[in-house]
Design a protein around this ligand. Structure first.
Ligand code: DC
Length: 218
């Protein structure tokens, strides 16, 4: 039974890699960032005054989280991403989500022979014995440009596009900093991870590098 662990920074291409590997090998893929984002989205939907005890509220939302209820589209804003990063420092919350991630892994290894998880601490904490570990990153400028391309910016003037790019760079840097510096489960490559920089390569090239590693042709 195969476990594939993918970690990396925001906009590095780790999510697309997870999806592509899932299509190729038929192992279900879990984007664990979406779990943190779903909890963050629920928190942002309640009244600001009620947000005093973020830790216990986030744990309550996390306990009732089901994979079926995860709706990718509405969770992708940077505001939700930053709230996800902010609550991701809570040990109790991480533990609740960790149990759900391990459950996903066990069910799908039995059912499909393998699983693919992507996030920040998959190779270090969630699946420390994974068969394959990848750590994906890219320069901040490239990652911000990718995020910009995901938005509909065709109607904007050049000056506004540049302004938007700078704002995305700021948001991603802020989130990277929180993710890398937290005390529990910080974003660091596992010792035995293949580290791949995608600044100069596209998703297909990344996929072929990873497939070569998995199929022992590296
Ligand atoms: O992968 P993403 O950008 O959708 O993740 C959003 C935030 O969730 C990320 O900035 C930190 C947190 N996260 C985490 O702490 N651990 C994970 N395994 C996945 C995400």
């Amino acid at each position: 039974m195969i476990e594939i662990a993918i970690d990396g920074t925001a906009g590095s291409g780790k999510g697309t890699l997870g999806k592509n590997l899932s299509i190729k090998y038929g192992y279900p893929h879990l984007d664990t960032g979406l779990m943190f984002r779903t909890v963050a989205y629920s928190l942002l939907s309640i009244k600001k005054n009620d947000l005093k005890n973020l830790e216990s509220l986030s744990c309550e939302f996390a306990k009732s989280l089901s994979f079926i209820a995860i709706n990718e589209k509405k969770l992708r804003s940077e505001e939700t991403g930053f709230m996800a990063s902010k609550i991701a420092v809570f040990p109790k919350l991480r533990n609740i989500l960790k149990l759900k991630q391990i459950e996903f892994s066990n069910i799908n290894k039995k059912k499909y022979g393998g699983c693919i998880l992507d996030g920040r601490d998959i190779g270090t904490v969630i699946l420390p014995n994974a068969d394959f570990k990848f750590f994906i990153t890219a320069s901040i400028e490239i990652r911000a440009k990718r995020r910009l391309l995901e938005k509909n910016i065709s109607c904007l003037q050049e000056q506004n596009v540049e302004c938007m790019l700078q704002s995305i760079i700021k948001d991603i840097s802020r989130r990277d900093k929180v993710d890398k510096s937290r005390l529990i489960s910080p974003l660091v490559p596992a010792k035995d991870a293949f580290i791949i920089d995608t600044s100069m390569i596209d998703p297909n090239e990344l996929m072929s590098i990873v497939v070569k590693v998995i199929e022992g042709r590296n």
